[in-house]
Design a protein around this ligand. Sequence first.
Ligand code: ADP
Length: 426
Amino acid sequence: GQAVTALGIDFGTSGARAIAIDPEGNVLATARRPLHQPDRPQEWAATLRALILEMPSAIRRQIRRIAIDGTSSTVFLCDAQGQPSSPVLLYNDDRAQDHLQRLRQIVAADHLVLSATSSLVKLLWLQTHYATANVVFLHQADWLAFLLHGQLGISDWHNALKLGYDPAKEAYPDWFSHPILAPLQPLLPQVVPPGTVVGEVTATDLGLSPECQVCAGTTDSIAAFLASGASEVGEAVTSLGSTLVLKLLSTSRVEDLTAGIYSHRLGDRWLVGGASNCGAAILAQFFTPEELERLSVQIDVSQPTGLDYYPLLKRGERFPINDPHLEPRLEPRPNDPRLFLQGLLESLSRIEAQGYAQLQRLGASPLKQVWTAGGGARNPAWLALRQQYLGVPVAISPHTEAAYGTARLAQLNGGTTAPEFPTSAD
Ligand code: ADP
């Protein structure tokens, strides 16, 4: 499709953000709002309006597509008018875990939906406690998009993955006809590719153009990947946040669910992801931000320390080593703090390289380029060490905001109109 001015809106774990971009991907305007009660749809709705109204009015009128990302597996039920009719279960809410045993009778032992926080187990819980006639099950991003386009009961491949939707078949699996799950079927959203145009904006009091289209959304972590601009097979994004999160664009789908490795569909490719329990959080245990900055620039990356740590905060790892009993290894500790920091950064770089090697061993496409996001991205010594260990070009992502990635999604993938939507609630 032709590039247009687009608005991406991100509802993340700590707040919400909007970024408007021009057809070339340049940022035109940004806005940010905290979320005080992250489980309150009324606050999300007010925040959505406020973020859009914060865009300068001239830019607002130029916007031709909008998409919204939300936190994965933040879900609830709505009535036929789109009014919430249950509490919101946030991404990390595990109150539904008692329903896991019912699911275990139905799906393969290592299926993604068999987690205490999956969308499907939450749907089972909601159906037990709150279902009445004519309710729909929605993810946060689905509902926020509904507020703009007025179509109820539409989700996207990314949000619907932990609901059990199979994006390879583009269908819900046959096991939804099992007697335990069959009653859920009328509640399931229709699922379309992320970025699909769902409809024109119906909200008339926001100063948006009546031609502005609203697209199906995505999840916050995929949006953060998209922000990097990575689009070729073999490109990857490492997030150096509290934990190390790896995502590699691949022609093949890779799953090793006991190790927490799974793939999201992106167009006709797969975004293969894995997350280590190690990460930059360990650095904050031993160094102040000032020490990190000062010591990092003193590191001589051409002189390896020979230290071999496994810097976990606590016992247990899933990826790249799947061992729930793995102990942190932080010995021997040199007296020189600069050497200790170098040893930690070398070890984290080694674990990142092992992670990409593991994804490729399981069938992902060969690694060609690594983009970097997160709090550790700007550490020059770490960047140089990662370059050595990874053996491919490593660079800082030009953009890391999820809202930017969602704006790009609307801009680039939003060229298609979905075939047929059920008539919305009216
Ligand atoms: P998250 O969102 O996962 O909490 P962030 O992406 O905000 O994490 O990154 C925070 C992490 O970045 C902290 O764990 C901190 O130790 C690390 N960090 C901050 N500054 C530096 C630095 N100069 N070098 C390496 N790591 C850093």
